[in-house]
Design a protein around this ligand. Structure first.
Ligand code: SF4
Length: 247
């Protein structure tokens, strides 16, 4: 694999020959339609908690769309920012877990071992992006809703923290298929559910360590920025600033 080119944002130097999965989110393209949220629920067996629990701050979306208003009335514009686990290289959630339920994979994913989690929620409290959700109740999928469950993904019980994995089950499937066929994973071959469902292609997933991948090219845009970058979390999610000419 060729050496990765530098992006316009500060990042951990790439390891030669190792993938670093990442995502670029173009805020100019996001219309706030929430198709990504629905797709994530369907793909990852994420329960719908309902209005009452949401009002108590117990919603369980692995990706949510934050809404901002720009300008002063009457010249006000709505802006949208999809927010999911930033898969930080220096993840604040990892060192505070007393049972090592959350850890870093060699490919840069911030993984969560569900059957190791004891639900103390230190990780969620230490996450500056607030993208870890807690299962307050045992999720119910009464018939025929159980038919919609994705067999590639565990259905989690109550009392654990769960979160976005960049659809790791899809990543593994493509990696295994490519390995069996004796070839590399092609750029764009892996699509997390959110990226696949986005009608405006605002979400682009790929290998940040491959300088030729689309995600790397977009990360080098002068519009690129990372959320709360000053905290030094080194996220693998890179946003492209909205309201500017596409560069
Ligand atoms: S599906 Fe795409 S356009 Fe719709 S909210 Fe998600 S990122 Fe934005």
């Amino acid at each position: 694999m060729a050496k990765a080119a530098k992006t316009s944002v500060e990042e951990t130097p790439p390891e030669e020959g190792v993938r670093r999965w990442g995502m670029v989110i173009d805020l100019d393209r996001c219309t706030g339609c929430q198709a990504c949220v629905v797709a994530c629920h369907a793909e990852n067996n994420v329960p719908v908690v309902g209005e009452e629990e949401s009002a108590r701050g117990r919603s369980m979306h692995w990706i949510r769309v934050e809404r901002y208003w720009e300008g002063e009335y009457p010249n006000v514009k709505a802006r949208f920012m999809p927010l999911l686990c930033q898969q930080c290289t220096q993840a604040p959630c990892e060192p505070v877990c007393p049972v090592f339920a959350t850890y870093h994979t060699p490919e840069g994913l911030n993984a969560q071992v569900y059957n190791r989690c004891i639900g103390v929620r230190y990780c969620a409290n230490n996450c500056p992006y607030k993208v870890r959700t807690f299962n307050w109740f045992r999720p119910q999928f009464p018939e025929p809703l159980d038919q919609q469950l994705n067999p590639d993904v565990t259905t989690r019980s109550r009392g654990i923290i769960e979160k976005c994995t960049f659809c790791v089950q899809r990543i593994r499937r493509v990696e295994l298929d490519a390995g069996a066929e004796g070839r590399d994973v092609h750029d764009g071959e892996i699509q997390p559910a959110c990226a696949q469902s986005c009608p405006s292609s605002a979400l682009v997933f790929g290998d940040l360590n491959d300088p030729d991948s689309r995600v790397s090219q977009l990360a080098r845009s002068r519009r690129a920025f990372r959320l709360l970058d000053f905290l030094g979390t080194d996220p693998a999610v890179i946003y492209l600033k909205g309201g500017e000419t596409n560069v």
